[in-house]
Design a protein around this ligand. Structure first.
Ligand SMILES: [Fe+2]
Length: 320
């Protein structure tokens, strides 16, 4: 395992960053997460996050809903999910096996709205005795490792993302109550957003592939051509060499750059309970390599959730 030092400034005498995957993923040690971290420590965590795309912290058992959110505010503005109610009446989103919360599809969080989250901060509360790992993939290296003709092809494409995809077809073994829950809650509002397939990352300047399971079709193509191209680019994202896999322990925290990754929750812990809490940080409207922003196609605006601003509500690119 290679050891690297967090940039740009020494955050503390004990903070270390150790890579756990070749293309993404690092463990940060020597930090007790909370709302009281000094600015230099927050800067070091943010720098590691932008470089490694997903960072992991062990032993953060002291965190609860409130301190999880207090820490999140150090990275930006927490935002509520556009349709799913929170666990605490504020921002903490429940990722629970009891609610069908098994995201075993490769995705980037909430890409069915324009300004989808910049960061997600996931905290493990109950972990099954086996299985239930999460995988992340680096969408920047997926792009940069494409052959030049495929990069040029991707640069010119745009894709429509929606939360109204065929959940029942994707989860043929889902219980009827899970399907009802999905239809009544997750798609309470049906969103459609057109994104560039290649986004220029607003902080690093890297080009990243923007697809995942909310991507319904490539704009302007037939269904068959669209599926072929989505599968082509998505296969480069999902290559094992382009991923990292995390085996959760209670008290772990993972933070990922949601603008440069996809992730996948492995559904292999049978009926054992798995509970995590996620707080997401507001993002901005993506732009493609041609400078064109993402556009909300429907509805006209992102509705306000019960508490706080909605993820994606900061859009300035609403199509009239
Ligand atoms: Fe997710």
């Amino acid at each position: 395992m290679t050891s690297t030092t967090a940039a740009p400034a020494p955050a503390s005498a004990t903070l270390t960053v150790e890579k756990v995957g070749g293309r993404l993923g690092a463990v940060i040690s020597g930090v007790r997460l909370g709302g009281d971290l000094p600015p230099e420590t927050v800067a070091a965590i943010r720098a590691a996050l932008l470089e490694h795309k997903v960072v992991f912290f062990r032993g953060q058992d002291h965190l609860d809903e409130e301190s999880h959110e207090e820490f999140a505010t150090l990275l930006g503005t927490p935002v509520a999910h556009p349709t799913v109610p929170s666990a605490d009446g504020r921002y903490a989103l429940p990722i629970d096996s009891d609610y069908g919360g098994r995201a075993n599809q490769w995705h980037t969080d909430v890409t069915f709205v324009p300004a989808y989250p910049a960061f997600s901060i996931l905290r493990a509360v109950v972990i099954p005795p086996y299985g239930g790992n999460t995988l992340w993939a680096n969408t920047a290296t997926a792009y940069s490792n494409l052959p030049a003709p495929l990069r040029a092809l991707a640069d010119g494409l745009r894709a429509v993302h929606t939360n109204d995809y065929d959940y029942a077809a994707l989860r043929p073994n889902a219980a009827p109550e899970q399907l009802v829950h999905y239809r009544e809650v997750f798609t309470a509002t049906k969103f459609r957003t057109e994104h560039p397939v290649v986004r220029v990352h607003p902080e690093t300047g890297e080009r990243v592939l923007l697809l995942g399971n909310f991507a319904q079709r490539i704009a302007g193509l037939t269904g068959a051509d669209s599926r072929a191209l989505v599968n082509l680019f998505q296969s480069h994202i999902e290559r094992p060499e382009n991923t990292v896999r995390w085996q959760w322990q209670v008290g772990d925290v993972a933070i990922w750059d949601n603008r440069a990754t996809q992730h996948y929750g492995v559904d292999d812990s049978d009926d054992h309970t798995r509970k995590l809490r996620r707080v997401t940080i507001d993002g901005d409207v993506p732009v493609g390599v041609d400078g064109r922003p993402s556009v909300l196609l429907s509805p006209e605006t992102v509705p306000a959730p019960a508490f706080g601003p909605a993820s994606g509500a900061t859009t300035t690119a609403v199509e009239s």
